[in-house]
Design a binder for this molecule. Structure first.
Ligand code: SF4
Ligand code: SF4
Ligand code: SF4
Length: 314
């Protein structure tokens, strides 16, 4: 294979990049555990299948020496710091491996007083990308297998972390597929756009995987599970499905980190991240607000200001 074909196949990201990040994570995780600076590190271990990776909480130097970073390290590990996962972590300061998009979730959780910066040791990754739902056969990232969010990432370089793992390689510019799809939907007449989303929502089986995987869906009792009185019909029928997706989108507006874990987890291939992104656009246009890697005061939909635009109340 000539150099040009190799580059196209490999998306410009060589396996050596992942090896170097892996080594950096291992040595730092071993160091902080050995020093007693943290009681555990949340990271990724090899999965059972070749080229797979699974989230893991490691508490020994030996386990930390097996941590990895590969294109299969897709999970947003900030989920493991939320109330929804309480009880799985030991007490004390916790180390966590974080890609840039996951860092935005960590920052959001700090802004919502769910976690404290001082309780964390953050190993940020200079992140070139991870795979989408369809993995490459040999585990190497290709232009066909890279996650859509990584094609237009604005968070490759971590900020405000305690340690940075790896060096960012040169990244080839990739066509932003999600932005194109969003523009296509936005250009539709309203009735056609509504029909598009109704068709998408009609496939929802209400498995709630999208909720369970989202770091911001940490309520102990979800409004959508309440049945006395019932707020949202829970069986997968059209009216309830539409209500669920509107509630989900509204509750996450101004909070969503754009990790796209909800869409990756959806067994019905519903383009949830397009909705997330559309809401994020609205927040940017209306309030000049966007999720970032630095904790911010409450998002614009969580607070009231006297000079807020009230023109919509007529
Ligand atoms: S969106 Fe950016 S930070 Fe997140 S996994 Fe992709 S390349 Fe890494
Ligand atoms: S709504 Fe989806 S993309 Fe946004 S933070 Fe939750 S899981 Fe991530
Ligand atoms: S993961 Fe998909 S199918 Fe399951 S509730 Fe969410 S949108 Fe519906």
């Amino acid at each position: 294979m000539n150099a040009k074909a190799q580059k196209a196949k490999g998306c410009g990201i060589e396996p050596a990049y992942y090896d170097a990040v892996t080594q950096a994570i291992r040595s730092e995780a071993v160091k902080v555990l050995k020093e007693g600076a943290v009681s555990a590190v949340i990271g990724y271990l090899p999965g059972r299948r070749k080229s797979a990776a699974v989230p893991a909480v490691v508490t020994t130097e030996e386990e930390a020496g097996r941590l990895i970073f590969s294109p299969a390290c897709v999970n947003n590990l900030s989920l493991y710091l939320t109330k929804a996962k309480k009880g799985i972590l030991p007490g004390g300061k916790i180390g966590i491996v974080a890609k840039g998009c996951d860092l935005r979730a960590l920052a959001g959780l700090m802004g919502e007083s769910q976690i404290k910066r001082d309780d964390l040791f953050i190993i940020g990754i200079n992140c070139a990308g991870v795979q989408g739902a369809v993995a490459a056969g040999n585990g190497q990232l290709t232009e066909a297998s890279i996650a859509k969010k990584c094609r237009e990432c604005t968070a490759h370089t971590p900020e405000g972390v305690d340690f940075v793992a790896g060096t960012l390689p040169h990244l080839d510019g990739l066509t932003p597929l999600e932005a194109e799809e969003l523009a296509r939907i936005e250009a539709m007449p309203q009735a056609e756009r509504w029909a598009y989303w109704k068709e998408q929502f009609s496939r929802c089986i209400r498995c709630m995987a999208c909720r369970q995987v989202c770091p911001f869906c940490y309520c102990e009792q979800c409004l959508c599970d309440k049945n006395r009185p019932q707020a949202v019909e829970s069986s997968p029928r059209p009216a309830g499905n539409t209500a669920w997706h509107i509630v989900r989108a509204m509750h996450l507006a101004g909070r969503c980190a754009g990790c796209a874990e909800c869409e990756r987890s959806c067994p019905m291939d519903i383009p949830l991240n397009l909705l997330n992104r559309r809401m994020a656009q609205e927040l940017k246009e209306l309030y000049d607000y966007e999720a970032s890697m630095a904790p911010q005061e409450k998002g614009p939909l969580n607070q009231y200001k006297e000079d807020d635009d009230q023109s919509f109340i007529k």
